[in-house]
Design a protein around this ligand. Structure first.
Ligand code: DX5
Ligand code: ZN
Length: 239
């Protein structure tokens, strides 16, 4: 399956994941189909609980409801305080990967990652802009995805933090790369104007929300982001 995550090695090109956060949520199924028609590789689902972040979005019932509108992989990004409590529901809803935040209360992290993997899905951890990659060190053996946030989690349409990208993307790639089995995602402010920096960091997956849903021509924007990032990535990761 194009853009597949579960059990796969990191992708060879740069994949685009459409964040539906800034789409027309009253027509969510149509908005997902619109992204698929525009050529995105995955759908990125931002779940917020009003506690871990100062915003509330949607939960597994919504994900389950839109699972049937596309065969594209669903990447869930849980910005919630208790991901370990709800892992089963997000697995049952049909998420192909589940990424949550390393900043949550620690005891739940490893069991949740192991549970996601045991279900045959990809397990990820995300770091806020102020959290160092070293926070992930104890989980390397159970990680399929590292999601580097280049905005403070909570809202779409924020400005990309280039200093965070420069400090973390290549470092994450280097830390994960030896077996080539993990992917690095970047989330926040992904657009044509930031794709060069993102690609240069060796990033595998770019999450883009407002850049796609506010574009006049979404397909052209997807192609533009991907081609700029891939050209930069090839220069960083030759062969
Ligand atoms: C922010 C979310 C992001 C965001 C992406 O908390 O995790 O996925 O919605 O939106 P843009 O691309 O507009 O920054
Ligand atoms: Zn996200």
């Amino acid at each position: 399956m194009p853009g597949a995550v579960a059990g796969s090695r990191r992708p060879s090109g740069v994949l685009i994941a459409a964040s539906i956060l800034d789409s027309d949520l009253g027509a969510l199924g149509e908005e997902i189909r619109r992204a698929e028609a525009a050529g995105v590789d995955r759908i990125h689902l931002d779940v917020m609980d009003g506690h871990f972040v100062p915003n509330i979005t949607f939960g597994w019932k919504t994900i389950e409801a839109v699972r049937r509108v596309t065969t594209l992989p669903f990447d869930a990004h849980l910005m919630i305080s208790e991901p370990g409590r709800w892992t089963g529901q997000f697995l049952d809803a049909g998420c192909d990967s589940i990424t949550f935040h390393v900043e949550v209360v620690g005891g739940q992290v490893r069991p949740a990652l192991e549970r996601i993997r045991a279900a045959g899905r990809s397990a990820g951890l995300s770091v806020k802009p102020g959290t160092p990659l070293t926070a992930l060190a104890g989980y390397r053996d159970v990680l399929d995805i590292v999601l580097v946030m280049t905005v403070e989690p909570g809202f779409g349409g924020q400005a990309f933090m280039g200093d965070v990208a420069d400090a973390k993307l290549a470092a994450a790639r280097g830390w994960l790369d030896p077996a080539g089995a993990c992917e690095v995602q970047v989330d926040g402010g992904g657009r044509a104007g930031t794709a060069e920096v993102i690609g240069r960091g060796g990033t595998d997956v770019i999450v883009a929300g407002s850049a796609l849903y506010r574009a006049d021509d979404m397909a052209a924007e997807v192609a533009r982001i991907r081609s700029i990032a891939e050209a930069a990535r090839v220069r960083t990761l030759p062969g």
